[in-house]
Every structure is written in C-alpha cells, then in structure tokens.
Design a protein around this ligand. Structure first.
Ligand SMILES: Nc1ncnc2c1ncn2[C@@H]1O[C@H](COP(=O)(O)OP(=O)(O)OP(=O)(O)O)[C@@H](O)[C@H]1O
Ligand SMILES: [Mg+2]
Length: 458
C-alpha cells in the first residue's frame, strides 16, 4: 500500500499562481476570475500535481479545492492536448455541471472541450459528446458506468488524470460497483487526485485508489467548519418543528431581505412538502431533490443562483460541493445522521472567507446526534433565540398548509412514477429488478464487511 507524504508550505503569503509553476495565460485567467492569490490548498497541491505526483488534498469547505486540481490539469492539457485527457468523478449531478463551468472558464484561452455525463439526461446525446473526444469528462459514476457497459464509441484508456472530487463520499457510499466498472478501463499509468473537506476516516481506502505514493496535504485546524460561520441550534418539540422553521425563515428574511437561504431536510417528500408550505405562506422558493426530473433540478438551481428565488429546499443531494456565494443562512430542518454531512451542509455558506450562519432544528430525539456533531466539528453550537408567541400565531396555518401539501402529494402518487421508471429501465437493460435489489443489498453488506475488516486492521 502507498504511504503518505506530507509537506507544508511555510512561505504561503508571498506566492502567486505564476510562482507555483502555472503558465502566464492560466495565471492571468485566475486573476480575471478574481482569484488573485492561491489559497492554502492551491498553494500546497498545485506544484506536486504539476510535478506528476498523485495527490490527496483535504481542506475545509469553500477553500478552493476545485481550482487546486483544475489548474494543473489545464496546464498539462495545454502542453499536450488530446481527448480524453482527464476524468473527473463527483457524487452529484449538479456538482458535475458546476465543475464543468469552472473548467470552461479557466480553460477558455485554450478552447478546452468539456463534457458532462450524468444521469437524468439524454444518453444518446452524451454518447455522441463522448465520441468526439472531449478533453475533460466530468461525470457521476452511475451514468459513466452505464455508457461503458453499453457502447464502445469512446475510450478512457489514455487519460492522464483521474480526479475524485468529494472522494470520501464516492468511496464510502454506494458507488462501489460503478467505480469498479470505471477503474477497470483506466490506464495504470495516470495521476490520481482525491479531494474533499472530510476524509480522515477513509484515508486508507483513498490511498489504495491512488496508484503510486500520493502526496498528502491536509489543512491543519482544530475545528472542522470554517471560522467565519456562526453555528446555532434551536431546541423544539418535534410536532411543531415546521412552524418554528417558518418562524425562523420569516424573522431572518425580514431582517435580511436580500439573503439567500438553503434549507436541508431528510427526504425528497419532506423537501417537497416544505416547499409547498413555504409557497402557501408566501415565500418564493425552489426545491432540489432526486424525485424531480434533472431538467427541473437544474432549473431550480439556476433560479436560486440568479436570486429569482431566495430559498432553496433540498435533501443532502445539495450538501456537497455546491458553490453559491450569496448563501448566508443554512437551516437544518433535520439533524444530519452523519456528523460529516453536517459539515458539508453548513459549508454551503461562509465560503471563501465570507460570513454565514447555520441554524439546526433540534428535537428531543436528536440530542445524541448533536453531541456527535459537536464532537466531530470540535465546536459548540449556541442557542438561536426564537419567539414562542410568534410561533403560536402561525401554528395552525402551518399545520393546515402541511396537511394540504400531504394530500396533494398523495393524490399525485409522489415518488411512485420514479420507482416505476427505475424498474422499467432495469428491465430494458435485460436485468431482473428483484435480482438487482438483492445484488444491491449484497453490495452494501460487502462494503460494510470491508469497513469492519479495515477497522479491525487499524
Ligand atoms: N485563490 C482564490 N482566491 C479567491 N477565491 C477563490 C480562490 N480559489 C477559489 N476561489 C473561490 O472560492 C469559492 C469556493 O471554491 P470551491 O468550490 O473550489 O471550494 P471547495 O474547497 O471545493 O469547497 P467544497 O468542499 O464545499 O466543495 C469559489 O467561488 C471559487 O471561485
Ligand atoms: Mg469542492
């Protein structure tokens, strides 16, 4: 197994992008985008990547990890342009589009050709896009594995770079089989770059993905979240949670009418219901979760990014990597089960040195989870003051809006269509849906066993 090397750059304040070994055109492009000085992760990782090393980079949310891998890849591409030069894998579709945007802007002077391959969009068109040899392919693992299984019009055997952005999520979550399909067709000789804000626990597995001894850089910090983030909780009875959330939303929006707010909740259905309650109570919002079409997902995000809607209600599908600088409040409608999900959710605000606030709604059932989060982050949340009297005033209105939303969703068979489509797709692929379900269960079990095994080994 590869061992980990770590070097820290001590002379950080003096360096510019050019000093890191990047060509003038790229340094100028950074400046044009407002990136005047490299952030610590860029300062420490760009040079080793340019020197040909594999790299594991771990730095807080909003610290510029995307450019830390995009810049050296673009520089190498400009020296020897061909397609397909680099493959970037990310866990979510919206993140793939966002990374593509960064590559397109930074790589404009060399006319970089970027293609995004994600689920939910036309596979034929994607096949065509892949066949014309783009320089950079940015993809979610599932859809790329589907393409590899079903067509031979493109070839990944010559890629120079493989990037796993949000590497811990890709490795830990249910992407195992798809990654296996992809890794099988990649060349042994390549650079592997792994980035995330949270990957201490999976480090060992990540080192196994990198083929040669990786350069490892981790931002040193006592606290896992950023310093400019205020972190609060509100302790409330579970049955009046929605009313409290609406009260907080109301209070904050009134005090900060130009604010952008992200609300995270546990399930697609709940996200949809909260969206309907918000609309009913006069808040202009959009929802983002996996039970709406990809076109609707991208449209919702575009509306939120352009401030046409000030509130985005989402599941954890939006918790990783999304960079929307205007977001100043995160509301956790539920306490995330995994502490690291909390770090990513609240990391959607207070990015790149900006300030931001997170408010987590805590019920009597969540106390343990909150303690686990505080231990993981190494910081205490403080209480966010709410006014019970004001909550009481909207209690009935919110309860009625919720009941109506539930009825409307049930009448519309929310979620059923997606399940039917999924089964249809599996059948069209010549597979048995039930067998696939069992296989998935097996894979999860095996992954669990592997984890246990690793734990014991350590
Ligand atoms: N050197 C820089 N100077 C100023 N801003 C920068 C610099 N590098 C990146 N940024 C900006 O910082 C923001 C966050 O960058 P990015 O999305 O790459 O963060 P990240 O570390 O990947 O965060 P996450 O862990 O949430 O994915 C972006 O808007 C980006 O344009
Ligand atoms: Mg990122």
């Amino acid at each position: 197994m590869a061992s980990v090397s770590s070097r820290q750059d001590t002379n950080s304040t003096l360096k510019s992008f050019k000093d890191l070994g990047l060509d003038e055109w790229l340094a100028n492009q950074c400046n044009a985008m407002g990136l005047l000085k490299p952030t610590p992760i860029q300062l420490n990782c760009i040079h080793p990547i340019l020197a040909g090393e594999d790299c594991i980079g771990c730095a807080k949310t909003g610290s510029g990890k995307t450019a830390a891998f995009a810049l050296p890849i673009l520089q190498k591409l400009s020296e020897d342009p061909y397609g397909i030069f680099a493959l970037i894998l990310t866990p979510t579709r919206e993140l793939a589009f966002q990374i593509a945007e960064q590559f397109n802007v930074l790589g404009k002077p060399i006319n970089v050709r970027v293609t995004v391959i994600t689920g939910g969009l036309d596979m034929m068109q994607q096949g065509l896009n892949l066949s014309v040899k783009p320089h950079i392919v940015i993809s979610t693992p599932g859809r790329l594995a589907d393409h590899l299984d079903s067509c031979d019009t493109f070839n990944l055997s010559k890629i120079r770079f493989l990037v796993l952005d949000e590497a811990d999520r890709l490795i830990e979550d249910d992407f195992g089989a798809q990654l296996e399909t992809i890794f099988k067709v990649l060349p042994k000789k390549r650079q592997t770059l792994l980035f995330s804000a949270t990957m201490t626990k999976t480090l060992q597995e990540l080192q196994e993905v990198a083929l040669s001894k990786p350069f490892f850089w981790q931002q040193q910090s006592e606290v896992a979240t950023v310093e400019s983030l205020e972190q609060h909780y509100v302790l409330i009875p579970a049955d009046v949670k929605d009313a409290y959330m609406m009260h907080i939303l109301d209070k904050y929006s009134e005090a900060h009418p130009k604010s952008s707010i992200m609300i995270f909740t546990s399930t697609c259905k709940y996200a949809q219901i909260l969206g309907m309650i918000c609309e009913e109570l006069g808040f202009n919002c959009v929802v983002l979760h996996s039970m709406i079409t990809q076109k609707q997902r991208l449209a919702a995000l575009a509306k939120f990014k352009s401030n046409q809607a000030r509130i985005l209600i989402a599941t954890d599908v939006a918790s990783r990597g999304l960079d929307i600088p205007t977001v100043d409040l995160i509301i956790n409608h539920n306490v995330p089960n995994k502490p690291k999900n909390y770090v990513h959710r609240v990391g959607r605000t207070a990015r790149a040195g900006r300030v931001g606030m997170a408010v987590t709604l805590v019920t009597q059932f969540d106390i343990k989870l909150v303690h686990a989060i505080e231990a993981f982050v190494n910081a205490k949340m403080t209480e966010y003051k709410t006014e019970e009297k004001e909550v009481l005033k909207i209690l009935t209105e919110v309860a009625v809006a919720r009941r109506e939303a539930e009825i409307r969703l049930d009448e519309g068979d929310f979620g059923e269509k997606k399940e039917i489509n999924k089964r249809k797709r599996i059948i069209l692929e010549g597979k048995d849906p039930e067998e696939e379900k069992q296989n998935k269960k097996k894979r999860i079990k095996e992954k669990f066993k592997r984890k246990e095994h690793l734990k014991k080994k350590n």
